[in-house]
Design a protein around this ligand. Structure first.
Ligand code: DHE
Length: 552
């Protein structure tokens, strides 16, 4: 009964947001359900079409262009422009269609074949009228979505099984809105849990017991691994749209608090990590890092990491280019120090010491380095077009300790020296993956490995987007390019090592035959292919031990 009610609330709130749009009450002959339509110049769009287009925009476009269409990684998409990017009205239907169908060299994927022709036609009209307003979503609305399914007192005190939780993998089945929990030792599927629309990332509690998912519907789902079969024990919705979640990891605060980053509305929310009860909301709107006087309302929270050396989270405020250091010792009134950095902050991770945090400012082609214990900006490093590291990865060779990022906008890997001494915080080496063009999203290595794995899921060339390059960490040259094994197709995306650091798991999504392919990291041979009805467009994979301890 309780479960049904949260789904209803989620559905109603989503509907209220995405389906509320201003109209000029013009009857539309082609819309049987409503007589209202939005009209702007020569563009007519019915209410039903507005709902459909808003949903498509939310699913496929808002991440880069912003929910209010004011632009972020991608340009603004406003009918009258924003003084920098062109007015969509002036691009006209044909101009907009050309961008949607073909994508751009800057990293926008081509949507032809993914969106139908009628959907593309609809988007050419939707993008030439004003976007629908974003309704309020505060503490009251958030609390209504909170669903404590299994109270703490009713949960097992110790694991009800003899499995090795540290080698569990949480795997996102993006389009199915599900998370699969797989035993990494035996490769058995333990559970496939319904977690919400287009789950984006998973993080684990400091003890490793709980796995939290967060999705594009702003929903957090908490999974308990102590039960015989992993079980959902709590849920809450933190916003209409989001991409990030993290937990408190500092000594004394293990498994205590959870932080959530809202894309829309843009805010930092703190919850009780045992129950997901909302504790506080801090809006992130404000001025930009570079002194621009414009007040930025849509200041979305991108990546979040938890410090192991201090009771703080690092929350990256995308459009404002601010790195927020959030002290969670008082989670109801968190103290936040803002470090002006560069625009637009997106994804990042720790250097090998866990003292420095490196984050991509993708619109400025830079990597920002922050000294977390001292709350200081260390350096802003120019790397290449649209750096996209995921959490990046740390390797060590004759050049020293290096943190690595790939790039979305060009074929380049940048190796940044993180050791003290000459060359620290500079790009000491660059390398190219195979073929031409960008489209890389993730890199991964492991302290025990001599390999660095690089994907290219957003490269338009099917041969490149379905393969991964494995570099030798000593020579920084490609040792082998691995193509999709027989019976598997789609785009290869994201890597995760097992607890021991001798296997690499790769997802194949957006094809006919989705799979999780497990490679032996030493021989680079396929060890196991996981497929089945339940393996639907897998994306991110998170090993409990590595995620808890930030091993990458
Ligand atoms: Fe992601 C991480 C945002 C598209 C898969 N993605 C992140 C993070 C952010 C983000 C802010 C960092 C979270 C953190 O560390 O706290 N991603 C966005 C977008 O805004 C964007 C560009 C467009 C969108 O509409 O969402 C986007 N992301 C994608 C994809 O298309 C991917 C490949 C598949 C999907 O989910 O649709 C994708 N993003 C991932 C994954 C991670 C991620 C697997 C976690 C990487 C890690 O190892 O931590």
């Amino acid at each position: 009964m309780k479960k049904i009610s949260i789904y209803l609330v989620v559905l109603l709130v989503t509907s209220a947001f995405f389906f509320s749009c201003k109209t000029d009450k013009k009857p539309a002959a082609d819309d049987k359900t409503t007589a209202e339509a939005t009209k702007s110049d020569e563009v007519t769009i019915t209410d039903a079409e507005m709902k459909q287009a808003s949903q498509i925009f939310f699913d496929k476009c808002a991440g880069c262009h912003g929910s209010s269409r004011k632009g972020a990684t991608g340009p603004s998409l406003l009918p009258d422009g924003n003084g920098k990017d062109p007015a969509t009205k002036s691009l006209g239907a044909a101009g907009i269609r050309a961008f949607i169908e073909n994508g751009t060299p800057g990293g926008m994927p081509e949507w032809k074949g993914i969106l139908s022709d009628s959907e593309i036609e609809l988007m050419t009209r939707f993008l030439r009228v004003d976007p629908p307003p974003i309704p309020k979503f505060g503490m009251e609305e958030m609390k209504k979505t909170w669903n404590l399914i299994v109270p703490v007192a009713d949960r097992p005190k110790k694991p009800e099984h003899n499995r090795n939780i540290n080698n569990y993998f949480g795997v996102i089945m993006r389009d199915a809105g599900k998370v699969a929990i797989i035993d990494g030792d035996t490769k058995e599927k333990l559970a496939v849990l319904k977690t919400g629309f287009a789950v984006h990332i998973l993080r684990t509690s400091a003890s490793g017991r709980y796995i939290y998912s967060v999705g594009r519907d702003g929903r957090i789902t908490m999974i308990d691994t102590y039960t015989k079969v992993p079980t959902i024990v709590a849920e809450v919705r933190g916003a209409f749209d989001s991409r990030s979640v993290e937990v408190s990891k500092y000594k004394g605060y293990e498994d205590k608090y959870l932080v959530f980053g809202g894309y829309s509305p843009s805010h930092i929310a703190i919850m009780d990590a045992q129950t997901l009860e909302p504790l506080s909301i801090t809006p992130t709107a404000g001025n930009a890092c570079d002194g621009d006087k414009e007040f930025i309302e849509e200041a979305r929270v991108a990546s979040i990491v938890a410090s192991h050396t201090d009771p703080v989270w690092i929350c990256n405020v995308k459009e404002r280019g601010m790195v927020d250091i959030v002290d969670y010792t008082d989670p109801v009134h968190p103290k936040i120090e803002e470090i002006p950095a560069a625009r637009f902050l997106h994804d990042g991770g720790w250097d090998y010491t866990g003292r420095y945090f490196l984050v991509a400012a993708n619109a400025s082609n830079k990597i920002v380095v922050v000294d977390v214990p001292n709350k200081k900006l260390v350096k802003i490093i120019e790397t290449g077009i649209k750096p996209h590291p995921g959490r990046g990865t740390n390797i060590k060779n004759k050049l020293g300790h290096l943190w690595v990022t790939s790039h979305l906008g060009e074929n380049k890997l940048s190796f940044i020296k993180t050791d003290k001494g000459p060359g620290q915080w500079t790009v000491v080496k660059e390398a190219k993956a195979s073929g031409d063009g960008g489209g890389a999203l993730f890199v991964k290595s492991h302290p025990k490995s001599k390999h660095l794995w690089v994907d290219r899921p957003l490269n338009p060339d099917a041969k490149l987007n379905s393969s991964v390059d494995v570099f030798n960490t000593e020579t920084l040259e490609i040792e082998k390019t691995l193509h999709a094994p027989e019976g598997v197709d789609g785009r290869a995306v994201h890597f995760e090592y097992n607890q021991k650091g001798d296997e690499v798991w790769v997802s194949y999504f957006m094809g006919e035959h989705s799979a999780i392919v497990i490679y032996d990291d030493k021989t680079l041979k396929v060890k196991k292919i996981i497929q089945g009805d339940w393996v639907e467009n897998p994306t991110g994979k998170f090993n409990v031990y590595n995620t808890t301890h930030d091993i990458y």
